[in-house]
Design a protein around this ligand. Sequence first.
Ligand code: NIG
Ligand code: FE
Length: 366
Amino acid sequence: MAELGGLEGENVTVIDGRGRCAIPGLVDCHTHACFAGDRVGEFDLRSGGATYEELHAAGGGILSTVRATRAAGEAGLRAAVERHRQSMLAAGTTTFEAKSGYGLDRKTELAMLRAIAAEGGVPTWLGAHAVPPEFGGADAYLDFALAEVLPEAARLAEAADVFLERGAFDATRARRYLEACARAGLTLRLHADQFTEGGGIPLAIELGARSVDHLEATRPDGVRQLAASDVCGVLLPVAALFLGRPMPPARALIDAGAIVALATDFNPGSAFCESLPVVCSLACTQLGMTPAEALAACTVNAAYVLGRADRLGRLEPGFMADVVLLDAPDWRYLAYHLGGQHVTLVIARGSVAWDRDAPGRRPAGA
Ligand code: NIG
Ligand code: FE
């Protein structure tokens, strides 16, 4: 502090952080934070034994959120993102990515991307999330999406994403979608190996994707392939927990040398949770990661996924002043205290963005 000169006369706020721990602002590199409605009825059915894939095949699941999202209007979507953004901020997230994919028509997909950007999110076009019922099949839908939506989506989004899975898009269709998106200048990402291994890892590597996300079903060959590449494996332990699926092979990936990030996957169906601290707890208790690995995975490595590793995710000169203060005796309480609420102050881009102790603050989850 003694060497920190040159601030006199500037508009400086002094924050007393004594007794607290400072960590970099958290980076959530995989969310679906733009949606309307909820899936609490489906949650109830799943608790009674129905599976996520069965509900999806019966026209529920993602498609039920599509119906609600199409009806919300752009202002309604923006309000929803703003609400979720506040909950994320209260949990220490200073940068979030969010995907479209609940519109699946031109108007709503583009409205989602605009709403995400307007609320400060990093927008990803998830134009291949599900096949909407008005199309005869996946090929007819992709004909439409690539001709009618991609040109404008490529101007609004930074990346493109696809759900490569049984009942969604297979590897041939995912390739078609991703190759068209790459030609339009978008960074590539994939939802893959969530329920079945469908060739997502080799495809991601071949196409030079930035990340392949989920990986609950990835086996040793996939681990080896991913570890030999610079494609990041984004692990989403809340989704595995929420759907009662096996956890992704985090330890094997890290030990083999893969780049691994952690994210919430926040969405109304498979991961209704905005909290990266909860994700860190799951990483340490279920994925065999250390607290330091978990913190790196939702800061520096997540910044890499978003193409911002040169300015986000570290407390370092030249980086954005995104700082989270924890009222804990040790920063590892972030992961250690499952469900603990230790985030007291969040500084985003150099300004106080959330203060737990300030009167009139917006309560988390409101
Ligand atoms: O990452 N798997 C596909 N997409 C989301 C879930 C979306 C939803 O269920 O609404 C996921 O889990
Ligand atoms: Fe997802």
